[in-house]
Design a protein around this ligand. Structure first.
Ligand code: NAD
Ligand code: GLY
Length: 380
């Protein structure tokens, strides 16, 4: 097992990464203010892992209650949040009751937001069970729900007291979900860790085959990057944390514009990173060769290479709701060389329209209804 730390002074917390951690109460017990927990999970993860977690805690003398929500991005809503609040109230959970999020990023985000708001805040433990949530969403304290007008528009910064990433849970993760998580792993290499990007080039096949040591190293190096960024800029006010949003301005537009759940988050981020890379290349910030390298890596990771053709105006409309918008201007995270990212509002809207126009843009589908599972390589 490997332990990393998110250094936030008094609010610092550990990230434990390793196999079979769900069966080991010693990692959770020190973080409980009283021997009672309320677990939030969903209809897919619950049957797989809730009994194990509840047994582990029961054997250590911890009382648990649980709520199982419907599965899917389409349920990252006010309704799910209300259900958690209702259940916490019905079960008379107290300020010292720890809320445990057991699941992927959707459960982590909505349960985290519930923990931030119930009784003005109760302790939170994140137990991420997807690759994406183990390398990204469980770390750093962003919680929230979607709105029909945009992704994650309602939420709070609320740090957990522990992240427990049991890598054994990834054994049951469907391949498409696994690929989605790899997109966020590649993101860290692209924005701030060139040695990690080179390592990924060398080890991607082993990673995709879920070779345990390679997988553990990829998770650790991703969490280490995320923890450093969060420690530097917890509330995304200094410009550093915003860089974690490479591909997300376009990606969130893809998710919202296609209907939540059609494109997986990591798929939308992958297609969004290529759009951002296309912009970067046209601005002269990365070379053609570097753009090809990014495309190849994402293709090898089984990720979609073309964003859906929603039409440039619809993209611009959706991106106008992005949380990074400042003084009415869309701010883009672009690549300033490989391993380095930059936040900028100075991008000509005409250029953005070009990359979003089929035929002109290299990473936009010719057919508006392209499904993310169609991994057609871009032409030219
Ligand atoms: P998800 O939570 O929808 O999980 C993906 C699917 O895998 C679901 O069907 C889920 O039930 C299933 N699943 C989970 N664990 C499993 C397991 N071990 N075995 C089998 N199936 C399993 O999606 P995700 O990719 O984990 O997370 C995406 C969400 O995370 C998005 O809503 C995104 O906005 C959010 N996110 C948040 C942050 C943040 O900083 N808070 C960062 C990145 C992404
Ligand atoms: N996933 C972006 C962030 O946590 O800031």
């Amino acid at each position: 097992m490997k332990t990393l730390c998110v250094n936030l002074g008094k609010a610092s917390y550990p990230i434990h990464i390793g196999p079979d951690l769900l069966r080991q109460p010693q990692w959770i017990l020190p973080h409980l203010a009283q021997p009672s927990c309320f677990i939030v999970t969903n209809t897919t993860v619950g049957p797989l892992y809730l009994p194990t977690l509840q047994d582990t805690l029961a054997q250590a003398g911890v009382r648990t209650q649980a709520l199982t929500l419907p599965d899917g991005e389409a349920h990252k809503t006010r309704s799910a949040l209300n259900q958690i609040h209702d259940a916490l109230l019905t079960h008379r959970c107290e300020r010292q009751t720890t809320l445990i999020a057991l699941g992927g990023g959707v459960i982590g985000d909505v349960a985290g937001f519930a923990a931030a708001t119930y009784l003005r805040g109760v302790p939170l433990i994140q137990i991420p069970t997807t690759l994406l949530s183990q390398v990204d969403s469980s770390v750093g304290g962003k919680t929230g729900i979607n709105h029909p007008l945009g992704k994650n528009l309602l939420g709070a910064f609320y740090q957990p007291s522990l992240v427990l990433a049991d890598t054994s849970t990834l054994n049951t993760l469907p391949q498409r979900e696994f690929c989605s998580g790899v997109a966020e792993i590649i993101k860290y290499g692209l924005i701030r860790d060139l040695p990690f990007l080179h390592w990924l080039h060398q080890h991607l096949d082993a990673l995709m085959a879920r070779h345990p040591e390679t997988l553990a190293e990829a998770i650790e190096r991703s969490c280490s990057n995320k923890a450093e960024v969060v420690a530097e800029d917890e509330f995304e006010t200094r410009g550093t944390r915003a860089l974690l949003n490479l591909g997300h301005t376009f990606g969130h537009a893809i998710e919202t514009g296609s209907g939540y759940g059609v494109w997986l988050h990591g798929e939308a981020v992958a297609a969004g990173m290529l759009l951002a890379a296309d912009l970067s290349q046209r601005l002269g910030w990365i070379s053609e060769g570097e753009l090809t390298l990014i495309t190849t890596l994402l293709q090898r990771a089984g990720l979609p290479l073309r964003a859906p053709n929603l039409g440039p105006e619809r993209y611009l409309e959706l991106m106008a709701s992005d949380k990074k918008v400042a003084a009415g201007a869309i701010r883009y995270v672009l690549l300033d060389g490989l391993g380095q990212a930059k936040l900028t509002a100075h991008v000509d809207a005409g250029l953005v329209r070009q990359i979003l126009t089929p035929g002109n843009g290299r990473f936009i589908a010719l057919d508006g209804n392209v499904h993310p599972d169609t991994k057609t390589p871009p032409q030219g």
